[in-house]
Design a protein around this ligand. Structure first.
Ligand code: KE4
Length: 428
């Protein structure tokens, strides 16, 4: 498969853009290859600058659940563009999308639009701190909530319960307010809560972890977090930037029947255009400027084009049978890949929640960051490159999630499974 033009563009991009990309994971560093430069996409396929076509399981990291270039979305955004790209003034479109989100997501009584998932989580944490008057926050190893300073933090060494920076540029003074527990371990949460009684503003969690690969919550984990937060007066934040409108129309909180105090959203609600959102109980949200004192703002928040793309995408998701069809497609492809691995005698640990799925290159079971981190990332890289050569575009990292869209056909799924069968044999 020819990648000449992509590689030439990558060399050029590295002159102008740090690492040649505008978001690190796109650089294909963990799979040891030059990234593909995408020229266009349609349905479930992307076409790169060398004219190669791929079945796409990245879907722009989640937003493209209805497929690329859906005609209904394209037409609506074109019409919106003719009215103007941005006004910096309120529009009815923001009310429409806000009301659709409120109708869909059990925890959300009011919602504020922003332009990325990072803005959503950063702002939700500030609001939780302002609402509770507490400074500390608690997150989980292996969960990613965007790149705000308070969230680029890892567990302090040894017994230290305070966080330490996970990136240069994050002051230790910021990091120390962030506590880190283990995903799926209520014991680790209870220990930190007991050591920081009355000091924790919020617990933020991916209700389905998608940033260490796909790791479902164990039975009772989310319910346990809800009980702890209710008892301790801690704001429970579900970061559903990835799982929101993905695993169900009402997100993971609908799927598992656990209602947080706040929810962050992104990706799908923008239909591919830049939208993030955070929402929750009215009594919390009304603390937000200008109705309350917690400041938050954004030039392009509620942008009319982005609102339009989100509204049209959510209309498509509401169509009867949408999630049932997506569930069947997702089950077929994830189980087909797992079967291909078994037939090739190649051990993987396969996980799936709705249309989020992952193949962990490990003999063990994966339920948290330590077990995910034990995976053979070099073997994953060989598999990724072999699948790319077969015309299947997976996320270029073991610690990401694959996404199925409504545009993936039976033929695309059969092609994917056949490719996986050849690739597992090739790398075994
Ligand atoms: P953004 O700022 O990238 O819009 O959203 C941050 C974010 C917040 N919360 C969750 C659960 C997320 O998954 C993300 C972003 N996801 C990554 C994919 N693992 C985006 C891809 C990238 O960083 O380029």
């Amino acid at each position: 498969m020819n990648h000449e033009r992509s590689s030439a563009l990558f060399q050029q991009a590295k002159i102008f853009i740090p690492g040649g990309v505008n978001s690190p994971v796109r650089a294909f560093k963990s799979v040891g290859a030059d990234p593909l430069f995408v020229r266009k996409a349609a349905g479930c396929r992307i076409i790169d600058e060398d004219g190669n076509s791929f079945v796409d399981y990245v879907g722009s990291w989640g937003p493209m659940i209805v497929g690329h270039c859906h005609p209904q979305v394209i037409e609506a955004v074109k019409r919106a563009m003719e009215n103007g790209a941005s006004f910096g003034a309120p529009t009815e479109l923001e009310i429409i999308l806000a009301s659709m989100v409120i109708d869909a997501v059990p925890s959300i009584e009011m919602v504020r639009m922003v332009s990325s998932g990072t803005e959503a989580t950063m702002s939700a944490i500030r609001l939780a701190r302002g609402y509770t008057g507490r400074d500390k926050i608690l997150k989980f190893s292996g969960c990613y909530h965007g790149h705000a300073d308070a969230l680029l933090v890892k567990a302090g060494s040894g017994a230290a319960t305070f966080g330490v920076p996970d990136s240069p540029g994050v002051p230790a003074d910021f990091a120390k307010h962030t506590l880190t527990a283990e995903y799926n371990s209520l014991e680790s949460v209870n220990t930190l809560v007991a050591e920081n009684k009355g000091a924790i503003a919020c617990i933020i969690v991916e209700p389905v972890a998608g940033n260490m690969g796909t790791v479902p919550p164990r039975e009772g984990f989310l319910e346990g977090l809800r009980d702890i937060c209710t008892k301790e007066g801690i704001v429970l934040i579900f970061d559903e930037v990835m799982s929101g409108f993905r695993v169900a129309y009402g997100g993971a909180q609908e799927l598992y029947g656990v209602t947080p105090d706040m929810t962050t959203l992104g990706k799908i609600i923008g239909g591919g255009l830049p939208v993030g959102a955070f929402g929750g109980k009215r009594e919390i949200m009304e603390k937000l400027s200008p109705s309350g004192g917690v400041y938050q703002a954004g030039t392009l928040s509620g942008n009319p084009l982005a609102m339009t793309a989100g509204i049209e995408t959510l209309k498509l998701l509401k169509q009867p049978g949408f999630y049932a069809q997506l569930e069947e497609k997702s089950r077929q492809v994830a189980e087909g890949i797992a079967q291909a691995a078994r037939t090739a005698g190649y051990p993987i640990y396969s996980t799936r929640v709705g249309s989020m799925f992952c193949a962990f290159f490990t003999k063990g079971e994966v339920h948290d960051w330590p077990t995910a981190a034990a995976c053979d990332t070099k073997a994953f890289a060989r598999y990724f490159l072999a699948m790319l050569n077969e015309g299947v575009y997976l996320a270029p990292s073991q610690f990401e999630t694959a996404f199925v869209s409504a545009a993936h056909t039976d033929a695309d799924i059969e092609k994917t499974i056949a490719a996986a069968a050849r690739c597992f044999k090739l790398i075994a």
